[in-house]
Write a protein that binds this ligand. Structure first.
Ligand code: AMP
Ligand code: MG
Length: 308
């Protein structure tokens, strides 16, 4: 009987934690979605080029963290790619190749330096957002889900949960271990065969995320155009099929997976090697069509290939 009571109270705690985490992820979506017209981000996008828009939620924090990742990556990561993402039709539509002229016209609007964040000196939480260019718009698709995972994790920990897994569309945090196991096994999707995995990671108390050219793309004249944009050229990145990151937080893995995708094998892995506790894998196609992977030593240590 006592054992039974223990399980029941544990289930109650788990239920409370799960509900709290889901509510928190929905709250983040209501703030950061650019698919919802009444989200705080949509309001900022509508008004911030006219005058500074007051903002008193996590949105300021995410924008500031995004600017940090832009600096870190030399501009490979840039949340102001939004108008270009829309021009290529990756937002709501099926996708098409736009005329070069249209891309050139939008490029001056694409720079994280066009976003001016002013924080209230006392609270440090509230503040304003202003866009220097009339066409600047923000898209948090490359960092918002990872950030929401971190917020959900805070709730789960507050509820006293020591072991669990949060998965928000492939942005994952694993807390502790599964019952009776030493680590969580997380499959890394094969970029061309959706039912297959390249291998799996064994993780504990860390986050992982993957950016892939298979997530949102269209094909034209035999060429694949994917949703990750080089902010310097305004064109989809090619040459990378997928990147997977392992690091301590959801925000970090989400931002870094996009960054390594844009920077490519050499520069991408070089950057990751300089970041403490971060590891990466990058998948690409060899000349004979075979899929190959480059990875940091830390990633290798945690990864088991399916064919080994
Ligand atoms: P992810 O799947 O995390 O790599 O995020 C990709 C999404 O982020 C895209 O669908 C776009 O909405 C947005 N995005 C595309 N290119 C970039 C970039 N270079 N920097 C920041 N966000 C981007
Ligand atoms: Mg990302």
């Amino acid at each position: 009987m006592p054992r039974c009571q223990y399980i029941l109270s544990d289930e109650k705690t788990a239920g409370r934690a799960i509900e709290g985490a889901l509510d928190e992820m929905e709250r983040m979506d209501r703030i950061m979605s650019n698919y919802k017209n009444d989200s705080e981000l949509s309001k900022v996008n509508k008004k911030a080029a006219k005058s500074p828009v007051p903002c008193n939620t996590e949105l300021l924090d995410v924008i500031e963290q995004s600017q940090y990742y832009s600096e870190l990556s030399g501009g490979a990561f840039d949340i102001t790619v939004s108008p270009i993402v829309a021009l290529w039709g990756f937002f709501r539509e099926k996708g098409h190749v736009p005329p070069d002229k249209e891309i050139e016209k939008l490029l001056p609007a694409v720079s994280y330096k066009n976003i001016v964040v002013k924080k209230n000196a006392e609270t440090k939480k509230s503040g304003t957002v202003f866009f220097k260019d009339i066409k600047t718009q923000i898209d948090l698709g490359a960092i918002g889900k990872g950030y929401a995972v971190d917020k959900a994790l805070e709730i789960i920990k507050k509820c006293g949960i020591d072991n669990g897994c949060i998965n928000l569309g492939g942005n994952i945090y694993v807390l502790g271990t599964p019952p009776g196991k030493n680590a969580w096994k997380i499959g890394v999707q094969h970029p061309r065969n959706s039912g297959e995995i390249l291998g799996y990671l064994e993780l504990k108390n860390e986050a992982t995320a993957t950016s892939g050219d298979y997530e949102r793309f269209f094909e034209f004249n035999g060429k694949r155009y994917s949703h990750i944009i080089n902010p310097q050229t305004g064109r989809p990145v090619s040459g990378t099929l997928a990147t997977t990151i392992v690091a301590p937080t959801g925000t970090e893995v989400d931002a870094l997976s996009t960054i390594v995708f844009v920077l490519g094998r050499e520069k991408g892995l070089e950057l990751i090697k300089k970041i403490p506790n971060a590891d990466a894998m990058i998948a690409y196609e060899e000349k004979d069509g075979k899929i190959a992977m480059d990875m940091t030593q830390g990633f290798k240590d945690k990864f088991k290939k399916t064919n080994e």
